[in-house]
Design a protein around this ligand. Structure first.
Ligand SMILES: C[S@@+](CC[C@H](N)C(=O)[O-])C[C@H]1O[C@@H](n2cnc3c(N)ncnc32)[C@H](O)[C@@H]1O
Length: 322
């Protein structure tokens, strides 16, 4: 359910204790309207009016109040991602520190919307505070996007790379479309939702704006709820969200190979070792680097990188492969 009201009152009225699996939210930045426009340095045509800001003076108390509600409604083991600029970050961090929520990561979101500055560096990142509520194991689907065994061309783990705490994700340009002042990119929302929730979980956004969180959650087969004070945005987006069919984005996700290391731990026969060496020679003869050739062979032989390296270097005892 979506509510056109203040999120603090709305949460008190509509959301029970321990009822939400995941909160992803992007509170107003506490930058006054005109400055916010300059901050993004872009043409505002198509942006829905009526964005509700919070004054700098009210920001600490406002943050404290909505974060207390967020903590209350999260299930034990539930997660919260708060996207914040730098200006009011300290108030959000202070409010979080007053709760029992546990910090998991402080993520830096680097994006391509360089704000206008002169005589100083260009600011091009936001902060994402990822916390969990104690009391139960939190959902973190480590292999949501990549299997442990998947490597890039230089042998680096794709899974590790995807889980680093600096995210380079561009904002979406939507020329000609009706949009919210600062819409979160779908790629980023997909990342948070797939790592931190299960199908049919309830995902809540305290500051819906364009309903981007809710749209991604429903598209990924979750349920969604939230609040937005701006009536104009609320009415427009509430109508739009009705046309989104639950789970429609799932088909476009790359299937993650499950356990491609099927032969890990099994004895390596002389025959298999010879075959590996033959394939390795073919690949390197056509110019493939040693690392890339081994990465390639992990898939064919269902064995780990180091095991193959030992066979290729002739240093294995061939009794067991990893
Ligand atoms: C930074 S925007 C959210 C953008 C959103 N994540 C998106 O992708 O479109 C913050 C939103 O919170 C709304 N807002 C401000 N104060 C609010 C309050 N007390 N309760 C609910 N919504 C509020 C603003 O109107 C604005 O749409």
């Amino acid at each position: 359910m979506f509510y056109n009201c203040d999120c603090i009152d709305g949460a008190k009225k509509h959301l029970k204790d321990n009822s939400v699996d995941l909160i992803i939210t992007d509170p107003p930045y506490g930058i006054s309207g005109e400055k916010l426009h300059k901050h993004y340095n872009r043409n505002e045509a198509g942006v829905i009016g009526g964005y509700v800001e919070v004054s700098e003076i009210d920001y600490p108390e406002f943050s404290r109040k909505w974060i207390v509600q967020a903590e209350r409604v999260l299930k034990p083991g539930g997660s919260i991602y708060i996207v914040s600029g730098y200006t009011q970050l300290r108030h959000i961090l202070n409010s979080l520190a007053d709760t029992n929520l546990i910090e998991k990561n402080h993520i830096i979101w680097k994006f391509n919307f360089g704000v206008f500055t002169s005589k100083k560096y260009v600011s091009s990142h936001y902060h994402i505070l990822y916390y969990v509520k104690p009391g139960s194991a939190h959902t973190f689907n480590t292999n949501a996007f990549f299997a442990d065994s998947e490597k890039d061309e230089s042998g680096g783990s794709l899974n590790y790379k995807d889980r680093e705490d600096v995210w380079i994700i561009n904002r979406e340009f939507k020329p000609g479309e009706v949009k919210n002042k600062n819409e979160l990119p779908k790629t980023m929302l997909t990342k948070m939702i797939l790592y931190s929730s299960q199908p049919d979980d309830l995902v809540c956004d305290f500051f819906l704006g364009s309903f981007s969180t809710a749209k991604a959650a429903i598209g990924l087969g979750r349920n969604a709820c939230g609040f937005e004070l701006n009536k104009m945005a609320f009415l427009h987006q509430q109508k739009e969200i009705q046309s989104i069919s639950k789970g429609y984005m799932l088909n476009s996700l790359r299937p993650v190979p499950t356990n491609i290391m099927t032969n890990r731990g099994k004895t390596i026969t002389d025959e298999e070792a010879e075959s590996i060496q033959r394939d390795y020679k073919i690949l390197t003869d056509i110019g493939t680097t040693k690392k890339a050739a081994i990465v390639n062979l992990t898939v064919k032989y269902g064995r780990g990188y180091w095991s193959l390296l030992r066979i290729i270097d002739g240093t294995t005892n061939k009794s067991k492969g990893n």
